[in-house]
Design a protein around this ligand. Structure first.
Ligand code: ATP
Length: 272
């Protein structure tokens, strides 16, 4: 498990949709202050559901947490509104780079600051910061977001989240549909934010190679359960992880089946 003081702890999380479809069946993860954690897994493994449960966004999708706990800075998130969690510093960038397409890039960014009731001068200062992290957004500040590239829209979505001054930034598949060089740009910016601002980051990815390169730690989900967790470098070095998540997925057998007869929770499956 993580050595740093935890900013986020998810324990034995279970969740359903429509009170009948099981999506999560025992997710464990922990993130220390100032760490980057990658949440990996193939299609339908439960990554998005886990992230939405953390931000208490499942009720909006007719989803329910049925067991387990999510603690952000030691306090449960499950009884707090998503808006109050944003004000407390837990900010999520949803899958699909949601931008207001008819607003300019800068208007999108400003919208992220308004949510926390920031003053004009705070917004101006934060805008300059976002433009330092993502210089391409400064060039496009007056362009309608709908007319910018996929990479620029993802940067706008991340920039808007940064305008809310997060302590913990959660991102759902930021690499989706983007060219490899743009993905590298985005992950490098996230790494700088982590180092220079000590921003804690959880990033769900199907692109395991890039996520394991930039993360400190990682968890792997299968069928709604945590099946492995450990240092990103250790996971990257494991041949079974390489086989299933780093490009050789041909064998029709799960990582959990390889590692154990039955999947173990994170604590007993830890690598460190
Ligand atoms: P992907 O990478 O494809 O987004 P994922 O790892 O994020 O996958 P989830 O989207 O969390 O996985 O899905 C977990 C399970 O919950 C899947 O079986 C999925 O079909 C189901 N599910 C997800 N969203 C809903 C929903 N709104 N209603 C019903 N079932 C859902």
């Amino acid at each position: 498990m993580t050595q740093a003081r935890p900013i986020l702890e998810v324990t034995n999380l279970k969740a359903t949709y429509h009170h009948s479809i099981t999506a999560l069946d025992g997710v464990h993860l922990a993130l220390g202050e100032g760490e980057i954690l990658a949440v990996l897994g193939s299609n339908g493994a439960g990554k998005t559901t886990t992230l939405k449960a953390i931000s208490n966004l499942l009720p909006a999708e007719r989803g329910q947490v049925t067991a387990g706990q999510v603690l952000f800075q030691g306090k449960t998130t499950l009884s707090r509104s998503p808006a109050s969690l944003v004000r407390a510093g837990l900010v999520q960038v949803l899958e699909g780079r949601h931008c207001f397409k008819s607003l300019t890039v800068e208007e999108n960014l400003v919208a992220g600051g308004l949510g926390r009731g920031a003053s004009r001068s705070e917004i101006a200062a934060d805008l300059e910061k976002v433009y330092r992290w993502f210089p391409r957004l400064q060039q496009k500040r007056q362009t309608a977001s709908g007319l910018t590239s996929g990479g620029e829209q993802q940067m706008t979505a991340i920039g808007r989240a940064l305008m809310a001054r997060p302590r913990l930034l959660i991102l759902d598949e930021p690499s989706m549909g983007l060219a490899p060089l743009v993905v590298q740009d985005i992950f490098r910016a996230l790494q700088r934010l982590n180092v220079e601002e000590r921003l804690s980051i959880v990033v769900a990815e199907q692109n395991s190679a890039v996520a394991l390169t930039y993360a400190h730690r990682a968890v792997i989900l299968e069928n709604g359960r945590t099946v492995l967790e450990g240092l990103a470098a250790d996971l990257k070095a494991r041949s079974d992880v390489r086989a299933f998540y780093l490009g050789r997925k041909s064998a029709a057998i799960s990582l959990a089946a390889l590692s154990n007869a039955s999947p173990t929770p994170a604590t007993s499956g830890a690598l460190s």
